[in-house]
Write a protein that binds this ligand. Structure first.
Ligand code: XIL
Length: 376
């Protein structure tokens, strides 16, 4: 545990050096072994909300010291950012950008468009009503102008479309969300083109979940995601990166190591950079002894990272939170705030527990990243 923990801290420090061009050991090692391939891109990230770090100094310390990149957890979602037309909440995002800048961290913007993947989140009702009434791309364009106009430079990487796949909806595997219903499948290339026009220097990403496991649905989702990236490429639409969310689930059976590796290789073959964007683990048996639960979470993390970090096109891993205290998988923020204790009745699917002590999952991440950095 101690060795792993040291590795986690050390690795993240070197991850930071990799990202920002400091002269860390890992960076030196990486460039020596890569025969001139530019080092400096691999990043360990986490999502973050400012009111969480402001309410918990331990969390702020860990994020500042150990992560090279931060993603707003939900304050950039259209539903949180502009809950009523024209009333944009810049404050949380402005503070997050300042927090990251003060710590030399990169920021990933998430997400320009997202509807229906997690019902009730992503797109506010007023937008859905307007789109259903009279589809007008100007409404979407205004969102992109507002967000990218303010943050397009400070935030150099964006999830342009989030969760576009739903294999149960249509033959082409695209999710029949409010944007597809309004504009047809062309909303996806249009979103990437609009983003490329308004933030020409940014890394533009498609982000998707449900790609990891050995079952027919995940396999179909992998095929649909590949077909989508391929079709964007064929049309000459700029898409720079593919985000594999990595919401692992101990109730979903076996991770399909071969299917996943093949999927990542095919994506890489299409020339997109790949990132793990939302790593966490859903537990299914909270009655097991704590040590056993934490071991299962760590083992699942290791099985997943062993596959994805083997693929050179994967250039970063972001965990969907730091501490179990603020994990969306607990689904009950009020209880969390009231009881930040050991919280054994709650999901423990992030690297640090509710009191911000590292768990075996942190060791698993450290070991996987150490291996990756050493092997670059
Ligand atoms: C989640 C946030 O973590 C929650 O706080 C919010 O309730 C819903 O959204 N896929 C995504 C993320 O791309 O934006 C989602 O985040 C989790 C699923």
């Amino acid at each position: 545990m101690n060795v792993g923990r040291r590795a986690f801290i050390g690795l993240v420090a070197s991850g930071s050096a990799l990202l920002h061009g400091g002269a860390g050991d890992a960076r030196t090692r990486a460039s020596a072994r890569s025969g001139g391939r530019p080092p400096g891109r691999f990043a360990l990230g986490t999502c973050l909300e400012m009111h969480h770090v402001e309410s918990d100094p331990r969390l702020a310390g860990i994020v500042g010291a150990r992560f090279a990149e931060v993603t707003p957890e939900y304050s950039l979602q259209w539903s949180s950012f502009e809950p009523a037309e024209g009333r944009c909440r810049f404050g949380q995002v402005d503070r997050l950008v300042a927090f990251a800048r003060a710590r030399g961290q990169a920021v990933h913007g998430h997400a320009l468009l997202w509807e229906q993947g997690t019902p009730g989140w992503g797109t506010p009702d007023w937008v859905k009503a307007r789109l259903a009434d009279a589809p007008d791309w100007a409404l979407v364009r205004r969102r992109f102008e507002t967000v990218l106009g303010r943050y397009g430079t400070a935030i150099p990487a964006w999830t342009v479309v989030n969760e576009a796949i739903e294999t149960g909806d249509r033959a082409d595997g695209l999710r029949a969300n409010a944007f597809l219903r309004a504009f047809g499948p062309g909303y996806i290339p249009a979103a990437f083109e609009t983003a490329a026009e308004l933030a020409p220097g940014a890394r533009l990403m498609l982000n998707e979940y449900g790609l990891e496991y050995a079952n027919p649905v995940d396999a179909a989702r992998r095929r649909a995601a590949l077909a989508l990236v391929e079709s964007l490429r064929r049309r000459g639409v700029r898409i720079d990166a593919f985000g594999i969310q990595g919401h692992l689930d101990l109730g979903k059976g076996r991770i399909d190591a071969r299917g996943l590796a093949r999927f990542l290789a095919e994506l890489a073959g299409l020339g997109v950079e790949i990132r793990v964007t939302e790593l966490d683990v859903q537990e299914r048996d909270l009655a097991l002894p704590l040590a056993e639960r934490d071991r299962r979470v760590a083992d699942e993390t290791a099985r997943f990272l062993d596959v994805v970090l083997d693929q050179p096109a994967v250039t970063g891993v972001t965990t969907w939170g730091v501490s179990d205290r603020f994990s969306w998988l607990r689904g009950d923020y009020d209880a969390i705030r009231a009881d930040p204790g050991p919280g054994t009745a709650f999901n423990r699917g992030l690297p640090y527990d509710a009191a911000c002590a590292p768990k075996p999952m942190a060791d698993a991440i450290a070991r996987a990243l150490d291996r990756r950095v050493a092997g670059l």
